[in-house]
Design a protein around this ligand. Structure first.
Ligand code: FES
Ligand code: FES
Length: 152
C-alpha cells in the first residue's frame, strides 16, 4: 500500500510518520508512536475504548483514517494533563481490567471540560459512548464526582 507523510502533534510533541493514509489513528498511535495506552475494544466505533481528543473533540480513533488527522492536535491517555482524573479512578476502584479506562478518562476529561461540576445525569450522558464490562459503572461515576468535588 502506498505511504504518505502525516504530521501530528501528540500530547504537545510534534511527530511525522510515513504510513498508509487509511491506517487507523489508533494503530498509528500504538504502532508508530509507541503510545500503547490507547486501547482497542470493538474496532467498530461502538465501545469508546480507543477514545482520544482530536483538535478538542472526543473521537473513536479506530474510526479515524490517519490522513484525516494530518496537522491535528491529538491528546491521549499518556498526556500529563489527565493525572487528576486517573488519580480519582485509582482512588475509587474505577479501573478493573483497564481496557475501558483510557477511553473513560478521555471522555471524563471532555465532560469535565464543559461541566466542571456535572450532575449524575450529565456524567451518564458524557460517558454513554464508553462501554465497561467490569465495573457496573458506579465506581466510574464516583471517580468523576470525586474530580468534580475537587474542582474549584
Ligand atoms: S475500539 Fe474504537 S470504539 Fe471500540
Ligand atoms: S474496567 Fe474492564 S472494561 Fe471497564
Amino acid at each position: 500500500m502506498p505511504e504518505t507523510t502525516v504530521s501530528l502533534i501528540v500530547n504537545g510533541t510534534a511527530h511525522t510518520v510515513m504510513v498508509p493514509p487509511m491506517k487507523r489513528l489508533l494503530d498509528v498511535l500504538r504502532e508508530d508512536l509507541a503510545l500503547t495506552g490507547t486501547k482497542e475494544g470493538c474496532g467498530e466505533g461502538e465501545c469508546g475504548a480507543c477514545s482520544v481528543m482530536l483538535d478538542g473533540q472526543l473521537v473513536n480513533s479506530c474510526l479515524v483514517p490517519v490522513k484525516q488527522a494530518d496537522g491535528s492536535q491529538v491528546l491521549t491517555i499518556e498526556s500529563s494533563g489527565l493525572h487528576a482524573i486517573q488519580q480519582a479512578f485509582a482512588e475509587t476502584g474505577a479501573a478493573q481490567c483497564g481496557i475501558c479506562t483510557p477511553g473513560m478518562v478521555l471522555a471524563a476529561s471532555a465532560l469535565l471540560c464543559h461541566h466542571p461540576h456535572p450532575t449524575l445525569e450529565q456524567i451518564r450522558e458524557g460517558l454513554a459512548g464508553n462501554i465497561c464490562r467490569c465495573t457496573g459503572y458506579q465506581k466510574i461515576f464516583d471517580a468523576v464526582e470525586l474530580v468534580s468535588h475537587r474542582n474549584p
